[in-house]
Design a protein around this ligand. Sequence first.
Ligand code: PLP
Length: 370
Amino acid sequence: MDGTFRPPEEAGARLIVDLGAIAANWRQLADLAAPAECAAVVKADAYGLGAAQVAPALWDAGARTFFVAQLAEARVLRPLLPDAVIYVLNGLTPGATAIVSELRARPVLGSLPEIGEWQAAGGGEAAIHVDTGMNRLGITLEEAFGVAERYSAGTLGFQPSLIMSHLACADEEAHPLTVRQIADFRKIVAAFGDVPASLANSSATIANPDARFDLCRPGIAVYGGNPVPWRDNPVRPVVRLEGRVVQVRDVPEGQGVGYGAAEMTKRPSRIAIVSVGYADGFLRAGGSSSLRTGAETIVRGQRCPLIGRISMDLLAVDVTDMPLGSVSRGDFACLLGDGITVDEVAGHAGTISYEMLTGLGARYARTYTI
Ligand SMILES: *Cc1c(COP(=O)(O)O)cnc(C)c1O
């Protein structure tokens, strides 16, 4: 988000972010995590919802430890949260030690060269990331035992404030890789003795007590996405998206609607054209065609399906079943909220809530409620 304020009458849609729900979700996770500490992952501008608003709300709810992906995100966060612990998940950029120190951030060191550079520069507290099976970031188990030995011998040169790893399959119920990752991580944690440990993302914080260790790192659940897809979402929805109806038109039976005439009217139809499109992050893949149904919207309290493809700035909603005259120009169609979840819309587009949230566009009139 670029931070520009858009008056609602100038924008095609309004996005309402419920900071109260974000705080409640975090508190629910913190209660589950206890006695472990509960951090908050606010990378990618707090999953697209606006770190400048979300991070202080989380601090007020009680969060004291925050995770971002990049140093630039720590720079945004630091003045907002002068006393927070801020970890940078993507690690130490070559030559960035001085900036990390200036921002009082803590890098999550994920390779031996990073550890070496941090040590040589006389860096302060930092996390050490151990790979237990994701094969993305982190030192190997063997390397970790070596680092633990140096730590025990007093030759590591800095204080590890956290030993962490990341689960690859936590969003699948009882996945065997999760069991193996927890077991391997336990051995590493034991080798580091008194250093606090962190493994759980949202899914594991909720569904896997064995993975909670000393610090949980939920992201998506704070923002209302379902971290346990095999059961009902335990957290509250956070975003509401309402697109403005630009016009309502009657279309005879047998006509194509939108680009490619991908969907034909099966009856004389009434179509509401709404001022939201894929440029707003309302993913094109969530559109409808004669071969597959797309996302749904709520117009005046009633579910109405999309009809035809989603274009850059517009989408079409089939409001034929609505009472005549009940939908008019200037009305709002609810695209997220009122029971339409981010997971549902993401599912129609063949993706996940994370991608949908982080892709929500910059053109909305954004409001934050508490
Ligand atoms: C993004 C991320 C998290 C948060 O994951 P969610 O599934 O959103 O809860 C935790 N740890 C690491 C290393 C991450 O990259």
